[in-house]
Design a protein around this ligand. Structure first.
Ligand code: MV4
Length: 667
């Protein structure tokens, strides 16, 4: 039996594995990089050892470091999680050679599935359905063109060493084939060091349906039914659910048995996923096999009532599968969404920073949250910016969908941008409710799902104002309570003024826009002058920091989270960030001119000036690389470079102060 597991991962999957190991009475050993020294998985583990600097290439992707820690700390098994070294055959082989149990498949299985064309050959021999096409060794261009003409158009050219959509090209007509082939080979060479390609008939509206398989070392293999993962953005899964909507028992059995055949064909042991393309006519085709536990495994756990990490640990210990196929059954429906620190209005750019506020829905039999961060933790530029996975379950899909809508709307995060409103829009979309799913879902509904940055609504502005005014009222009341002159008129907060209407001017920055508001004190609240007109608002700040508001008679709950001058208004599942402009503070513009900040997270790739330099307006100062593009930061006016805060090669967060700059005073 395994006594101590080293979890060679971080974030939510590390926490998730630790939870199961602890439940089984197995000691846990975490590893971490400098960026994760205070991370949740480190705090949860029984023991933790530092690997090295933040970059994954110097920490979580260092097999020799991890093996050394396992040896020195007496771990008898390593769980790789997903990503990082989870499908690294060399690492799995090193574990085996050092007598450390790798909680995953055999090395041979990882190697067999490493090449798409090799995988397809193995699966074809095992009678697993393949998309009609060519995946042989002959890469002569004229031969491939002939094969393409036999397959028919439209067809797909795929890089054999590719994955996740990289190196794929759709060819609509024969005359386009040669150019597309050259492009796919070039991309394959550049991206994977391998220019071999395969050809397939192009399926126009396929669904991505994957089968969870599990095999033990005694030759037993079962399938734990299917997951529909069609809702993806740029080959990143966004929503996953089990079972797949509209799946007939016959098709489910057919696909499950094909997946088991695939696993058996490569002598699989452990948890694996066989991915299929499901065409609109019900035919399905092998896409690829993942030799790891998938991010989305919780939806399978929820409908089968099983803990797949426990299964992994038991199977890795040489035990038989906990259940036989006939003992497995589907109960209910589960849906998972991945909550990311990213900004959908900025091409889903990762949003790096500290999580100032994190409030999740209550967990229970219907809501599960797998998270790897706590309030106050940093979302780092070095790793996948996932905050949590939200999984809901109920007896059927409509009920599960209701749970999802409610859970997403009460999931609160501030300090970083998130995709919560994007997820909320998907969950509330009629096409999703109708299970009109295929891999083109997001692109088809893009306009509704990924809106341009919308200006703050009057409701958002009113809530931000109300919170500010109520906070000031509470502060004044507290001051009066501690003052030697509690009845001083300066402590008054009712806004009463002799012969005049007491009012307050407020300015918020909403993105690049400045919004000026006036709040008139009234006996029973405040009359606000908003961009869309007047609104009478009242409310209370609750002890938990939430806001009970009454906006022109509409009662609602909200929360306004502060971070310096920043205000994030959370209301009914949407969030909106504003900056409060304090008219008495130094002009923000001056402040901004004195500080040159990074417009987004990125890497400093060039410094065009030195400290002390005198520059003209528009002079290039720093070049940042972000989103695979170069961004030149220029001088906002003539002035002097007081300090350069980052060296070439430094990674900087969104808003990081790059340069201290002294504008020249106009003569
Ligand atoms: C396809 C396809 C249509 N026809 N193959 C994308 C990445 C890789 N997993 C395989 N992919 C596809 N292969 C044929 N013959 C459409 C896709 C595809 C896709 C597949 C699954 C999930 C999301 C996708 C998004 C775009 C394209």
């Amino acid at each position: 039996m395994i006594n101590k597991i080293l979890i060679a991962n971080r974030g939510e999957i590390a926490c998730r594995i630790i939870r199961t190991a602890k439940r089984l009475g197995i000691r846990t050993l975490a590893v971490y990089s400098d960026a994760d020294a205070g991370a949740m998985h480190v705090a949860m583990a029984d023991e933790a050892v530092r690997l090295g600097p933040a970059p994954a290439s110097e920490s979580y992707l260092r097999p020799e470091l991890i093996l050394e820690v396992a040896r020195s700390q007496g771990a008898d098994a390593i769980h790789p999680g997903y990503g990082f070294l989870s499908e690294n055959a060399g690492f799995a082989a090193q574990c085996a050679s050092q007598g450390i149990i790798f909680i995953g498949p055999p090395v041979s299985a990882i190697e067999a599935m490493g090449s798409k064309s090799a995988a397809k050959s193995i699966m074809g021999d095992a009678q697993v359905p393949l998309v009609p096409g060519y995946h042989g060794e002959n890469q002569d261009q004229d031969f491939l063109k002939t094969q393409g003409d036999l397959i028919g158009y439209p067809l797909l050219i795929k890089a054999s060493a590719g994955g996740g959509g990289k190196g794929m090209r759709v060819v609509e007509r024969g005359e386009d084939f040669a150019a597309a082939l050259a492009g796919a080979m070039r991309e394959g060479k550049n991206s994977f060091g391998d220019d071999r390609v395969l050809l397939e008939r192009y399926l126009k509206r396929p669904r991505h349906v994957e089968i969870q398989v599990f095999a033990d070392s005694q030759g037993e293999t079962v399938y734990l039914f299917e997951r529909d993962c069609s809702i993806q953005r740029r080959h990143q899964k966004v929503v996953e659910e089990a079972p797949a909507p509209g799946m007939s028992p016959e098709l489910r059995q057919h696909m499950g048995e094909a997946a088991v055949a695939a696993a058996r064909a490569i002598g699989y042991v452990g948890a694996g996923t066989v991915e299929f393309l499901l065409d609109t006519d019900g035919s399905f085709y092998f896409m690829e096999m993942n030799t790891r536990l998938q991010v989305e495994h919780p939806v399978t756990e929820m409908i089968c009532g099983q803990d797949l990490v426990e299964w992994q640990i038991r199977v890795a210990s040489g035990q038989p599968l906990p259940l036989r196929q006939e003992q497995l059954a589907i109960e209910g429906h589960a849906i998972e969404v991945r909550i990311y620190a990213e900004d959908p209005t900025r091409e889903f750019l990762p949003s790096i920073g500290r999580i100032l506020h994190l409030r999740t829905p209550e967990e229970g039999p219907h809501v599960r949250i797998d998270r790897g961060v706590r309030q106050g933790d940093e979302v780092s530029i070095h790793y996948d910016p996932m905050i949590a996975k939200l999984i809901v379950w109920d007896q059927d899909r409509p009920s599960a969908l209701r749970r999802l809508r409610e859970a997403v709307s009460t999931f609160e995060v501030t300090g970083v941008n998130t995709n919560l409103s994007f997820l909320s829009t998907i969950a509330n979309h009629d096409a999703f409710a109708a299970a009109d799913l295929d891999t083109g879902f997001i692109e088809r509904h893009r306009q509704e799902l990924i809106p341009e940055r919308t200006p703050a609504s009057d409701r958002v502005l009113a809530l931000a104002c109300l919170e500010l005014l109520l906070s000031r009222k509470a502060e004044a009341a507290r001051a009066a309570g501690t003052s030697r002159d509690p009845y001083s008129p300066w402590h008054g907060t009712q806004g009463w003024r002799l012969n005049g209407d007491n009012h307050h001017s407020l300015i918020f920055e909403d993105g690049e826009t400045e919004v000026s508001l006036i709040a008139h004190y009234r006996r029973d609240g405040y009359l606000l002058e908003l961009p869309g007109g007047e609104m009478l608002v009242q409310g209370e700040l609750e002890p938990d920091g939430s806001l009970s508001a009454n906006l022109d008679g509409l009662r609602l709950r909200a929360r306004v989270v502060r971070s310096g001058a920043e205000r994030t208004v959370l209301c009914q599942g949407s969030s909106h960030r504003l900056m409060l402009r304090d008219p008495y503070a130094r002009s923000q513009q001056d402040d901004r001119e004195g500080r040159l900040t990074a417009p987004m997270p990125g890497k400093v790739i060039a410094l065009m000036v030195g400290e002390g330099a005198e520059v003209e307006k528009g002079a290039p100062l720093v070049i940042l690389e972000a989103m695979k593009m170069e961004h030149t930061i220029t001088a906002p006016s003539a002035g002097k470079i007081l300090s350069l805060n980052f060296a070439v090669g430094a990674l900087v967060a969104d808003g990081a102060e790059l340069i201290e700059f002294q504008p020249c005073v106009e003569a």
